[in-house]
Write a protein that binds this ligand. Structure first.
Ligand SMILES: Cc1ncc(COP(=O)(O)O)c(C=O)c1O
Length: 415
């Protein structure tokens, strides 16, 4: 790393004019608003003036484009990846714009993000580990607690990158089927954990589960933790925590506070609309955080830190995203049910509908119509996962649905 004493010669003789041009470029970027290569136009978010959750008057400032360049990607309704289509709020954008000025630094003020997250959970900063998305946390969990031939217990389908990563480490995912109603089979998880306790790296519980959208009730999380050895690490993935309204659900935070070997993974990608910016975190006992820290890279960028810090200070925006997402999810689910399709009741910003046709084929048909929908989640190969986009995107989804399933729409018969 460079410090003041080792500045290369050519840097020392850089003309002041050049430095000024660099600084102007950084200031210019910040004046035009944060865009990166990602948000090229309002169309990117499926937003039209008036459809911007954060206020039509400010949307142009927030997402001003590099010229008029657009990509095919921008034109699709993006209902495939459980994103938040509204993106960061104005408050978050302002914080991130300000943070550009640190983009050439290593150590810089970062909005005290770790302290703010800790405060939001009523824990100490030593209980928090930042990751470039919660994906990095899931990976750090594998790197810390798995090794060749160790096992990880979880259900299928679930967020499979945990299992894929385990396989990459030559560890072995022990995958249990869901119950008939698509809930997670907690007694089976307990049995599999106890039977394999000597070879088990950790237990994975995605709550609520992706792709089904179903939450595991609080009493079942307790049943799981009471039924397995106390020293068994458990990874509880709460990526969709903020969307859950089922009163039987609760975060696993109290288990961390009581010192249980529980790691909770959370993300700013979903309710806070920061998926491309990459920030998430682990909430866990301090000794587990210390073990996992060895496997993270400190790669959370400066804009993400400031954006996330601002997000935590703006709970009203969370409520607005929750409200509109819930309304659009319920409307779309009801419309499909009224046509005779089975929809799994979801607690998240996506839902699954039984199409009775192979998902690959259905996915391709939607793509032809400019709508991106979820991939196959074996073994639920004739269920389609649909993420909740903007109102306009959901309209496009319903129009495409009626064209792709015309007979069923007419008869209301789900076969
Ligand atoms: C259940 C679950 N966990 C973790 C992630 C990873 O999200 P990120 O790395 O963006 O925080 C996702 C992303 O879709 C998810 O669905």
């Amino acid at each position: 790393m460079l410090d003041g004493s080792t500045v290369p010669l050519e840097w020392a003789v850089w003309p002041a004019r050049y430095m000024e041009a660099v600084m102007n470029r950084i200031r210019g970027l910040s004046r035009r608003g944060f865009v990166g290569g990602a948000a090229t136009a309002l169309g990117y978010l499926g937003l039209k003036p008036g459809a911007d959750l954060w206020g039509a008057t400010t949307s142009t400032r927030r997402f001003s484009a590099f010229g008029q360049q657009t990509y095919d990607y921008d034109s699709y309704a993006k209902l495939a990846s459980n994103e938040n289509p509204y993106g960061p709020t104005d408050v978050m954008m302002d914080a991130m714009n300000m943070a550009w000025k640190y983009s050439m630094r290593y150590g810089y003020p970062d909005g005290d993000i770790q302290e703010k997250i800790a405060e939001s959970h009523g824990v100490e900063p030593e209980n928090i580990l930042l990751g470039a998305g919660s994906g990095e946390i899931l990976r750090a969990m594998g790197l810390t607690y798995l090794e060749p031939r160790k096992k990880v217990v979880g259900v299928e389908p679930s967020y499979s990158s945990v299992y894929r990563h385990a396989s990459g480490l030559k560890a072995e995912p022990l995958l249990l089927p869901l119950n008939e109603d698509y809930t997670q089979n907690i007694p089976a998880m307990i049995r599999a954990t106890n039977r394999n306790r000597r070879d088990l790296g950790f237990v994975y519980l995605c709550n609520p589960n992706n792709p089904t959208g179903l939450a595991v009730p609080q009493n079942e999380v307790r049943q799981l933790l009471d039924g397995i050895p106390e020293d068994m690490p458990v990874l509880i993935d709460e990526a969709y925590h903020h969307f859950v309204q089922d009163p039987r659900y609760a975060t696993a935070e109290p288990y961390v506070k009581e010192g249980r070997r529980v790691v909770i993974a959370r993300t700013f990608s979903k309710i806070y609309g920061m998926a491309a910016l990459r920030i998430g975190y682990a909430l866990a006992p301090a000794d587990m955080i210390r073990e996992m820290r060895n496997y993270t890279t400190g790669s959370v960028n400066c804009l993400a830190r400031w954006g996330a810090s601002a997000a935590l200070g703006d709970p009203d925006s969370e409520t607005r995203v929750l409200d509109i997402t819930t309304r659009l999810r319920n409307n779309t689910s009801t419309a499909l049910q009224n046509m005779g399709y089975d929809v799994i009741p979801s607690e998240t910003n996506f839902f699954m509908v039984h199409t009775g046709r192979p998902v690959r084929e259905v996915q391709a048909a939607f793509r032809e119509k400019g709508v991106l929908v979820g991939r196959p989640f074996p073994p639920m190969l004739d269920h389609l996962r649909v993420s909740i986009g903007t109102e306009e995107e959901m309209d496009r989804f319903m129009t495409a649905w009626k064209e792709i399933f015309p007979g069923m729409a007419a008869t209301g018969n789900n076969g």
